[in-house]
Design a protein around this ligand. Structure first.
Ligand code: BV8
Ligand code: ZN
Length: 241
């Protein structure tokens, strides 16, 4: 049996044996649905460094660039649909197997695939608000580059660099990970703090599924290198053996 098949079988057994599974995902979970990630070859970071645009400085000082970056991403989500890997995770939740999904993604694909316990640690691009007064704003109003009635600038409800994470989502994700007996980390370079600390806060088993190595492999019990969708389907097919 090929090594990777052995790893797939081991992962399937770990899922079968686990009572409380938490899934932690990053941008690599969305690329097979057509959403570019941030740091690999054709990721966002290659064209534009989001660390200079996904910031309150850009929002307040370079609104044109900020607005271009986010309106392009909102529009490109238009016909994006979840892929088979999202469907596997939603299925495991329905089977009472996967307890929760903690995601760094802002695209809503886990929810679109049917996952219900989703903690959006970096917020969501699907809704907007006024940066000055906090009043909710329709996505179309943001896309039309209109200002809030108070005169403030509109922005998506994502967590920008330098902003703190939504405390509700963070507390719930932390609580579930601390109590989990299996945490599966999928499609993240583990470079963004503080989410990159979460995998190590579980007493349970840690599995990493990623296209590239992250340098953190030695901190995981099992590492499967490859495409999230394909690996999740293979693990799901191998369950019950
Ligand atoms: C905070 C929302 C404090 C917006 C995002 C210096 C050192 C250490 C830390 C810092 C530092 N300077 C500043 C910091 C803190 C900073 C940080 O970590 N910076 C990094 C860049 C060093 N963090 C923050 O600012 C956070 N806030 O710390 O607040 C605080 C506390 C109290 C009060 C006030 C403040 C906020 C961070 C949130 C930023 N917002 N997103 C938006 O989306 O536009 S981050 C952004 O990066 C996305 O959310 C993205 O998901 C996230 C993480 O990246 P990944 O998901 O890992 O994506 P990436 O492309 O990197 O990796 C994808 C991986 O998948 C790759 O490895 C690839 O190989 C793999 N892959 C690709 N395709 C597939 C695949 N794998 C499998 N299958 C595939 N098909
Ligand atoms: Zn306002």
């Amino acid at each position: 049996m090929a090594i990777e098949d052995q790893a797939v079988l081991e992962a399937a057994r770990a899922v079968d044996e686990a009572k409380k599974v938490v899934i932690l995902t990053g941008a690599g979970m969305s690329t097979e649905a057509g959403v570019p990630d941030f740091r690999s070859q054709n990721g966002w970071w290659k064209q534009i460094d989001p660390r200079t645009v996904a910031t309150t400085e850009a929002l307040e000082g370079q609104y044109g660039l900020f607005h271009d970056f986010y309106s392009f991403r909102i529009r490109s989500l238009g016909d994006v649909r979840p892929h088979s890997g999202h469907a596997v995770i939603a299925k495991w939740e329905k089977q009472g197997k996967a307890g929760a999904v903690a995601t760094q993604n802002v695209d809503g694909l886990h929810q679109a695939a049917g996952s219900r316990q989703v903690y959006e640690l970096h917020g969501s691009i699907l809704s907007c608000r006024c940066h000055a007064c906090g009043r909710p704003a329709a996505q179309g109003t943001f896309l039309d580059k209109e200002a809030c009635p108070c005169g403030g600038k509109l922005r998506p409800n994502v967590v920008l660099f330098g902003e703190s994470l939504p405390s509700g989502a963070w507390d719930m994700a932390l609580n579930r990970i601390e109590r989990a007996d299996l945490v599966i980390v999928i499609g993240t370079s583990l470079t963004v703090y503080p989410v990159n600390q979460l995998p190590y806060l579980t007493k349970g088993k840690r599995i990493l599924i990623n296209m590239e190595t992250t340098g953190e492999e030695n901190r995981f019990d099992l590492v499967l290198l490859g495409k999230a969708g394909e690996i999740l389907e293979a693990v799901d097919r191998s369950r019950g053996q």
